[in-house]
Design a protein around this ligand. Sequence first.
Ligand code: PEP
Ligand code: MG
Length: 590
Amino acid sequence: MASGEERVLHGVGASPGISIGRAMAVPRHPVQVAYRPLQDQTEAEAEVTRFEVALQATHDDLATARDDLSAALADYSYIIEAHLLILKDRMIKDRTAQIIRQQRLNAEWALSQAVSEAKVFFQKIKDDYIRSRFTDVEYVTDQVLRHLSGQEGSALSAIREKVIVVAHDLSPADTTQMDLDWVMGFVTDMGGPTSHTAIMAQAKALPAVLGLERVSLEVKSGDFLIVDGSAGVVVINPDDETLHYYRDKQEAYELYAQEILAQAHLPAETLDGHPVDVGANIELAEEVGMVLGYGAESIGLYRTEFFYISQKTTPSEDELFHNFRAVAQRLGGRPVNIRTLDIGGDKFASSVDLAPEINPALGLRAIRFCLKEKDLFLDQLRAVLRASAFGRVRVLFPLISGVEELVQAKELLERAKAQLVRRGQSFDPKLETGIMIEVPSAVAIADLLARHCDYFSIGTNDLIQYSLAIDRVNEHVAHLYQPLHPAVLRMIQMVVRAGHQAGIKVAMCGEMAGDQRAVPLLLGLGLDYLSLNALGIPRVKQMVRMTNRATWQKLAKRALSFATAAEVSAFMDQELRRHFPKVFSAEPAK
Ligand code: PEP
Ligand code: MG
């Protein structure tokens, strides 16, 4: 089978499963951008018009792509809607026109300059998901540039045999052009686990390995490939031994995947009969359809920062209310936990003026900021309360570090209720209040905090950062960011115990809750709810169903007896393989 030497590449496993077959390499034609000064204002105005025509043409292409989405992908139309919004964004549209007029430069050059400026803006955003959305800006503006320069067209619509698509990057509009029945998988230079290629691949259950950086330069059409989307591995020209190994793995995976998918919509209950609510973390209301498709039983965490990041002015109470109400209604009786604004620290806002701080992670962040900016906080609280009249809404306060903060936040909640009563607007008077446990001080006084709230949600992303003193976005210390650190495990145990003793439920909504390998341990530690990125839900639910909680309570005790994260991790590897051999098998020796 092999022609040429076997090569193994490692990227981001963005959609699980294994595909074996021939590559179709999508040629990459970067658009050439010429520099052309304009003579006078008349020429500049004509250039602005030419730019607007290209914007309109791109708009029409995208709208057609959205309307052509097959029923199976209809829930993903929000991705193209977001692209349509980028076309209207001031940073792109107005800024380009301004550069054309003020600097008297051609539209292609002006647009490229506006995109470079937008890039600087995006690079400052610490939130991975939102920062990664810059690829959308690049994609959309690339389409406008193609219209401006007349370099259009794509090979994708011509696919008529079973292939693995290898590309620099793929957009939703690209995927609508191809007949996905012929596509066996995606391999790209760009993209990560939350990119659109990943979302589309998962929706169509196509294995995908993304973020390989140079794969589009290394693979040519006709090369024989193995794509292992579960492990994030691509093998080019595999030898017979490798091929044999992956054929077996493919067969085992397909059986397992059929089982998972068939059960994604069933409730998750452990082998010994304990129900576990598996919910989703979302950042946009438009994600609700998708997360329900993946079997989410609730929205465990609705991060609401997007309103403050994506626009120049703070959102009004009504804007927030309409959004929250839409989410609550769409969930049809399933709960949504709306987190109040968690801005500051690593989360950058464009609509709110944050004073520069030497140490923003320890600064005026999240609930601290809201308790200072009371009017802005009251707007949020009234919006959440009003939405609670339309579904099962709960409010969740981030970064609580002491009882006073929680008491103050609840006093403001009461003030917001009184304001609504005066206005004659309805809300759920029993609206439940939860707090995120993300600061070590909150762990230490969890018993005291439990007297003032209805549930806990452990935010491991921050809890690990603050307890191990590891900046969560600093790649130089990333290796020290250890969810299985004995201190972290002990803290989780303390919070669960304190919550249960006070008779309240304990959820986890940090990334750790979505780690399939951690799930049995978390159940053993006694967590009641897990909330994670939608894509992991079927797998985590399956893991819950395969776990015997009583067994893992004992194993959790053992895990807690080790002195280092490495020892816990080795112990977990061994126990996961022993208890779930179908899911956790060893990788090939070579
Ligand atoms: C967390 O800190 O674990 C969490 C879920 O919140 P965020 O990642 O939004 O800070
Ligand atoms: Mg957090």
